[in-house]
Design a protein around this ligand. Structure first.
Ligand code: AMP
Length: 422
């Protein structure tokens, strides 16, 4: 993951490692514009196989350069075909990931006139339908809206050459498996299929067996977090998390901070609280409309928002270069989510910090995280932070309940005592 990226513009002779793939010269121009100097491990393995047309099962995660690994062969093959018919379909779990892949295609396609579109719900279908009618080469889609438009006859896949199922395990987690099977059933059987997944639960193995023909397997190894990220755990009682966060924000030199919470509600309320303290903050979670989510991401990318509070929806596919800190306000639910969350910082050659707040209940997950980091993660406490502050709300509820009960009892007594009897 720690590969070189020349953010200005890589000179052509530095691209010699990409020239081994014998890609169309216009794509080499796109690679140069993207600033890539040498292929990443997943690209080295996948690109040649995909160009020859093998079906592929690839174990690789976001951050490995997997998008270019499937996009470049798709573009290369497309250039020999008649434009305007859907030759490639890329199915992804989230809108954010679809948008990211679309952006990567725009960059890598160089001077060619390849047309691609994203199809997902939460926005009007009309522009998508109009674009489909006008003739497209690549469709990048989330399963629900895609199936809807396919059923209504707007997406024609009769000429499909390549199908990519990206982050298949994530799609399974999100309940998309039945939709994916329906989508696959409507594609030509002679298509080439590439399946990307970080993990291979039984259902994904079964899907692969049924949908791929003599697939070759590529494994980039169990992913590890980028070396450019420093990890730290912050033990803290649940009720002091917000205070600790404010203190860290005040005392730490940060460029751009992505805070992760477990729930949508917490993402919303925490970002509002942070904003009240004078920071420019936004939130990204499933209760926000697509327009609000786009505005949040754009504002965060442009630097208009210094802090973004998000649920795991943001952990994958967000490709923003200048995130200096990822703060796990709530520990993630799986080690995989941890890798994805912290993968948002320390991208390319930059360095980043990953702070994770942990409570006593998180012991088990901490052990799992240390396993994937392959070492103990340092525990950090702040000298002048009062970890002993009592939770003012702790006994409030039971107190309330008691007084209500007493009130009721008292009332009953009064009633019995006289008023009504009298
Ligand atoms: P991905 O795993 O596709 O999400 O890619 C993660 C990041 O790596 C993105 O910012 C890509 O632009 C970048 N990237 C992909 N391939 C290369 C490469 N060969 N050299 C440098 N950066 C790359």
């Amino acid at each position: 993951m720690n590969y070189s990226k020349n953010t200005s513009s890589a000179s052509a002779n530095k691209l010699e490692n990409f020239s081994q793939f014998k890609l169309d010269s216009r794509l080499m121009q796109g690679i140069s514009t993207a600033g890539f100097e040498e292929p990443t491990p997943v690209q080295k393995k996948v690109i040649p196989m995909a160009i020859t047309g093998s079906d592929l099962i690839v174990t690789a995660q976001t951050g490995t350069g997997k998008t270019a690994a499937f996009v470049l062969p798709i573009l290369h093959k497309l250039l020999d075909r008649k434009p305007g018919t859907v030759s490639a379909l890329i199915v992804t779990p989230t809108r954010e990931l679809a948008a990211q892949i679309h952006r990567d295609i725009q960059e890598l396609k160089g001077g060619t006139n390849v047309k691609s579109i994203t199809i997902y719900g939460g926005v009007s279908a009309k522009p998508q339908i109009r674009a489909l009618r006008s003739g497209l080469d690549i469709v990048i889609a989330c399963p629900g809206r895609l199936l809807d438009l396919m059923n209504r006859g707007h997406v024609k896949l009769g000429k499909l050459d390549t199908l990519v199922l990206d982050e298949a395990d994530r799609m399974l987690d999100m309940g998309f498996l039945p939709d994916i099977k329906r989508i696959i059933a409507k594609t030509p059987s002679h298509r080439k299929t590439m399946l990307f997944s970080a993990t291979f639960p039984r259902q994904i193995e079964t899907l692969a067996k049924k949908s791929l023909t003599k697939p070759q397997r590529v494994s980039i190894g169990m992913s590890k977090p980028a070396h450019t990220v420093d990890h730290a755990l912050f033990p803290v009682p649940q009720h002091l998390k917000a205070k600790l966060l404010y203190r860290l924000l005040k005392d730490t030199n940060t460029e751009s901070v992505l805070v992760f919470t477990r729930t949508k509600h917490r993402a919303k309320s925490l970002s509002a609280q942070i904003a009240k303290r004078g920071y420019s903050a936004t939130s990204l979670h499933g209760n926000r409309s697509q327009r609000q989510r786009d505005t949040a991401i754009k504002g965060f990318r442009d630097g208009r928002f210094h802090i973004m509070v998000a649920t795991d929806i943001a952990a994958r596919g967000l490709d923003i270069d200048n995130i200096s800190h990822v703060i796990n306000y709530d520990i993630p639910g799986t080690p995989d989510d941890y890798i994805h969350r912290i993968g948002r910082t320390g991208r390319a050659k930059r360095s980043g910090d990953a702070f994770t707040f942990i409570t006593k209940k998180d012991r088990k997950m901490v052990r799992k995280l240390e396993n994937i980091i392959d070492s103990d993660i340092k525990r950090t406490t702040l000298d002048d932070f009062n970890y002993g502050t009592k939770n003012p709300y702790k006994n409030r509820r039971s107190g309330k309940g008691k007084s209500r009960k007493n009130k009721w009892n008292n009332k009953k007594k009064t009633r019995r005592g006289g008023k009504y009897k009298k």
